[in-house]
Design a protein around this ligand. Sequence first.
Ligand SMILES: [Zn+2]
Length: 182
Amino acid sequence: MAVRKILTIADPRLYQVSEPVTKFDRKLRDLARDLFDSMYAAGGVGLAAVQIGVLKRIMVIDLLKEGFYKAVFVNPVLIEKSQELQQGEEGCLSVPGLSLPLARPKWVKVAYQDLMGKEHTIEAEMLMARALLHEMDHLDGKVFVDQLEPDLRLSVEEDIALIKKGAEPRHYKVPPYRRKAS
Ligand SMILES: [Zn+2]
């Protein structure tokens, strides 16, 4: 078990596109274990490899407690998404302390490989769909705070700038109702 440091958006790697996984070996399985360990240690429900500084297309999600799934997703690809959107708050271990509303498709279909390289597809809705889309964005160098409604984005601009400078959540200026413990 290895809990690894989770990068914040102060780190430019969070904005890079991750490389496909081509080797389904022991190293990949160790990486998946580290992802789960690091995610649980930080109290999150999803983590992409880039968030621990590994630019590979692998991510983990554990939403078992919320009635969905726990799985490792290697080389995930969005196949289909609903036009209908869901509203909901979103947070990110790389954007500590900020939890903000973001509309996402209500339903998605995603193709991915498991740790052995076997191909699967998953259909997911609500929170599971949100988590899949959020983590897949990380693999493409995208962070949820860059997809907010323009007015909302403007209202947290200062805090995002602070996080990018490495400040801690207690220094943020965001209204308290939009804060969450991280
Ligand atoms: Zn995230």
